[in-house]
Design a protein around this ligand. Structure first.
Ligand code: GLA
Length: 583
């Protein structure tokens, strides 16, 4: 859904450039309707100041630190972690801003103690977690710890489900400052993700200790159901790997249309001080070349992504250290205005991102992902500027001069890029308008066709709006449908009902163009893409010969609805998909 505009100088701009004429300087975050029971409970009777601190004082800029997973996976012990803490101080990482030292999965014993409390693996951490936490705090660092909201962690160690308060109390007693809360095995908790994470928020606030909550929910859409009100950061991607295809995939979950409708131009409107999109931890220092390490770091900086380093600081090369501590890049990432950078240009792998800063200047990334070298030109109208503008190269820490109308980064090799600061200090520059709620959520009485709304999350191929998946009119059992979606199995699409709709209705069948033998299920879920408790409707197996089925179900109170076409390859239609709110 890219809309290309010829700018007369041989470059093309994406939709936001076109929209830049109606830019606004309002806050990017859309505080949408949220009705998690947990959130409501927190307000009543809990320590108001602990709640205030949790909601207003933590993670005002993207968290920075180090996490053990990318470097060591489960192969951790207290010697290694102390060594990392020492290196964070000795190599200047702490002073550059990397303050959280987070121990990921693999730290605990495989059983709780007789009081039902978590204990450290006695072989790996013989001195216990409190002693390690003290050591880390003694270095002027903050301490973070991993846990999982399911019955087990991803490494099958004891998870927190059913032990939420005792575990958060234990964490608080150990002096934890940052909790990474994972989601393995959480689908059988019988709670929606929003409620589940909300329970942890409540337990954390109850401890009275300010602890950052990092929600590891893979690609599942925390921003859609109000993650902003629950935790401080949330994952947007599956696990990052030490290769560029993975780095670009992760970045694209946050800045591209991999998991949200292209009209949003990425997830930028859902981020801001205290709530960040997290495309996963850094692989800087673990990639093959410096050019790759730098491109990765620049992307995370411009996207206001959390900067959780994932390389072994103890044996880090001088170049890896220089990249991670590049002061002018970190300043862009940590800019107090907290705008997540967004794409203003995308020509098949030649990309430009823009991040307006608090001081009136803006950070601009020009990146060539392709194997052929490229020139990339930014014109000032893409970023709401005109005339002559100052340009500074942030990697080289050098003013390049004043440029009229545009700037060209020349001969960029694959993964080559420039990160610039453009403009002069003054009134902060405008951002594009965020997509208004009524374009992606049910806000009106009567019937709303879901194909009149942007989906807020998807997995698998994007649906075709008001057409079959291969672009034809939707026809099933001889009936023509003007509205609905054509999908290819397996696909999941989420719509925000906003707790406002009463009934969901649709007519479903495989598309007549599909003549294969695969069977599919049409499933409707409440918020969570998997797990028995979220299932509201299941068509049962349907093949090309199964007549269309009519869905008409109660969806009162539901915030986010997922339509799943489960199967392999087959094409199916959600014809006339709509929700109804009585007048
Ligand atoms: C999941 C998370 C990773 C890491 C591992 C630990 O895969 O996404 O970041 O925490 O679990 O087992």
């Amino acid at each position: 859904m890219k809309i290309w505009v010829l700018l007369g100088i041989g470059i093309r701009a994406v939709l936001p450039v076109v929209l830049s004429v109606c830019m606004c300087s309002c806050s990017p975050q859309n505080r949408v309707h949220l009705d998690t029971g947990a959130n409501a409970r927190i307000g009543s009777g809990q320590d108001a100041s602990a709640l205030h601190i949790y909601e207003n004082e933590l993670a005002r800029t993207p968290p920075m630190g180090w996490n053990s997973w990318n470097a060591f996976h489960g192969d951790i012990d207290e010697q290694k972690i102390r060594g990392i803490a020492d290196a964070m101080v000795a190599l200047g990482m702490r002073d550059a801003g990397y303050t959280y030292l987070v121990i990921d999965d693999g730290w605990m014993a495989d059983k709780r103690n007789s009081e039902g409390k978590l204990v450290a693996d006695p072989n790996k951490f013989p001195s216990g977690i409190k002693a390690l936490s003290d050591y880390i705090h003694g270095k002027g660092l903050k301490f973070g710890l991993y846990q999982d909201r399911g019955h087990s962690t991803c490494m099958r160690l004891p998870g927190s489900f059913g032990h939420e308060q005792v575990d958060m109390d234990t964490f608080a007693a150990w002096g934890v400052d940052y909790i990474k809360l994972d989601s393995c095995y959480a689908e059988i908790n019988g709670r929606k993700s929003s409620d589940d994470f909300g329970v942890f928020k409540e337990c954390i606030v109850k401890t009275g200790r300010p602890m950052v909550l990092s929600m590891a929910n893979y690609t599942d859409p925390s921003w859609a159901w109000g993650g902003q009100e629950i935790g401080h950061l949330w994952r947007t991607s599956f696990d990052i790997r030490p290769r560029m295809s993975s780095v670009y995939y992760c970045a694209d979950t946050s800045a591209g249309d991999r998991i949200i409708h292209p009209a949003f131009n990425g997830l930028w409107q859902f981020a801001g001080p205290g709530h960040w999109n997290d495309p996963d931890m850094l692989q800087v220092g673990n990639l093959k070349t410096d050019i790759e390490n730098k491109a990765h770091f620049s992307l995370w900086c411009i996207l206001a992504a959390p900067l959780m380093a994932g390389n072994d600081f103890r044996g880090m090369s001088e170049t890896a250290r220089n990249i991670l501590t590049a002061e002018e890049l970190i300043t862009v990432n940590q800019d107090p205005r907290g705008i997540q950078g967004y794409k203003v240009y995308d020509d098949d792998g030649r990309e430009i991102y823009n991040k307006p800063l608090h001081d009136g200047t803006t950070a601009v990334l020009l990146l060539n992902k392709n194997s052929e070298p490229a020139n990339i030109t930014i014109t000032w109208d893409m970023i709401g500027l005109s005339g002559r503008q100052k340009v500074r190269d942030l990697w080289r820490r050098k003013d390049l001069g004043r440029y009229s109308g545009s700037f060209t980064a020349e001969n960029l090799p694959q993964h080559g890029h420039m990160l610039l600061k453009v403009g002069s200090r003054g009134k902060p520059l405008a951002t594009p308008d965020p997509v208004p709620l009524e374009q992606y959520a049910v806000t009106q009485e009567g019937a709303t066709f879901l194909s009149d709304l942007y989906y807020i999350w998807k997995r698998g191929e994007a649906p075709r709006y008001d057409k079959s998946f291969d672009g034809k009119t939707i026809v099933m059992n001889g009936t023509i449908y003007d509205k609905g979606f054509g999908c290819k199995a397996t696909s999941k699409i989420m719509f925000k009902l906003n707790g406002y709709a009463e009934r969901f209705k649709a007519v479903v069948a495989l598309d007549p163009s599909y003549q294969g033998n695969e069977a599919v299920n049409f499933r409707v879920r409440n918020e969570d893409p998997i797990g028995p408790d979220s299932l509201l409707y299941d068509s049962g197996k349907m093949t090309k010969d199964t007549p269309a089925k009519v869905i008409d179900i109660d969806v009162r109170g539901i915030d986010c609805l997922i339509l799943t076409l489960q199967g392999k390859e087959a094409l199916g239609n959600w014809a006339d998909a709509q929700v109804v709110v009585s007048n």
